[in-house]
Ligand binder design. Structure first.
Ligand code: SAM
Length: 286
């Protein structure tokens, strides 16, 4: 790869050559700051590891990943960008481009042999319209994912990284924190993209915890149910979301040692786990 795909001039030339224009519906805001692309790749992927990229676009991050990683798998939904990428990276033999909607990909099938069961490091400048489903797909995937480093809308990154009791803490923070330890890395201004997005961005990393449990679906149902009406108490959400009677809801809270006036935004991952166990393992609901 001899061209600099973070140069605004080159981005425009590639768009002309392949008759493509940035598509809003695919969240296409291309990174035109090589320094940021380098910082993301360095934070995301150890030298010689296996890298998974979502939405390579014209290859701003892909180029840095292909330089560092032993093997790179990149999923791109847009046929025009896939044509451009295949030409730009024709000599990058460690790169496999999947022309596919990442949310519909069979990751286990695609990656098991490609990465030979090695540890996987995810790097992406995510399309912002599907940030949450992408992250949830990744953290719940039955793959050896070690770390996920993503550039996303700054507000969403703040929510994911928020601690219980803080203003930003919500269902997404509690859901993601079951699987991974989130950490904010750095902010990125709209001027670093073409076209400029309306929002500010941030790069964050999720260090995966080692476990996958049989009960993770129950945990996610519990978080969703208890945050269903954010302003209501946990007790009220227990009744509304899970059909418990007043006495049953009281009994659950008493058993797990949570105040009857508590709201979901005060609860830690271990509180949600305890409630989930009460609800599902101890058959409070069917
Ligand atoms: N990585 C490039 C960069 O940093 O310049 C492009 C980032 S752009 C914010 C998001 C990319 O994700 C676009 O290339 C877009 O076409 C692609 N994309 C959008 N939806 C996708 C999906 N469901 N599956 C795979 N790629 C998708």
């Amino acid at each position: 790869m001899k061209i600099n795909v973070t140069s605004p001039k080159v981005v425009k030339e590639l768009m002309d050559r392949y008759s493509i224009a940035p598509l809003k519906r695919y969240g296409q805001n291309f990174l035109i700051d090589g320094n940021i692309a380098g910082k993301i790749a360095a934070a995301a992927v150890p030298e010689g590891a296996c890298a998974l990229e979502i939405g390579p676009g014209l290859g701003a991050l892909t180029a840095r990943l292909a330089d560092r990683a032993k093997a790179v798998a990149a999923y791109e939904i847009d046929a025009g960008l896939v044509r451009a990428l295949k030409d730009t990276f024709s000599d990058a033999h460690n790169l496999t481009i999947f022309h596919q909607d990442f949310l519909k990909a069979d990751l286990e099938k695609d990656l098991k042999t490609l990465f030979n069961d090695g540890d996987i490091y995810v790097a992406a400048n995510l399309p912002y319209y599907i940030t949450s489903p992408c992250i949830m797909n990744l953290v719940t995937a039955r793959l050896n994912i070690k770390r996920i480093t993503v550039m996303i809308q700054k507000e969403v990154a703040e929510r994911i990284c928020a601690a219980p009791g803080s203003r930003d803490y919500g269902a997404i923070s509690a859901a993601v924190s079951f699987f991974a330890i989130p950490r904010m890395l750095f902010a990125v201004t709209p001027a670093c993209f073409y076209p400029k997005p309306d929002v500010h961005s941030a790069v964050m990393t999720l260090e995966m915890k080692t476990h996958h449990t049989e009960n993770e679906k129950d945990y996610l149902k519990t978080v969703k149910g208890l945050f269903a009406k954010r302003r209501k108490t946990v007790k009220s959400n227990l009744r509304q979301s899970f059909g418990l009677s007043m006495d049953e809801a009281d009994a659950v809270l008493k058993k797990v040692g949570i105040d009857e006036n508590a709201r979901a935004e005060m609860l830690s991952v271990s509180d949600f786990i305890k409630i989930s166990q009460e609800l599902f393992d101890n058959s409070k609901i069917l």
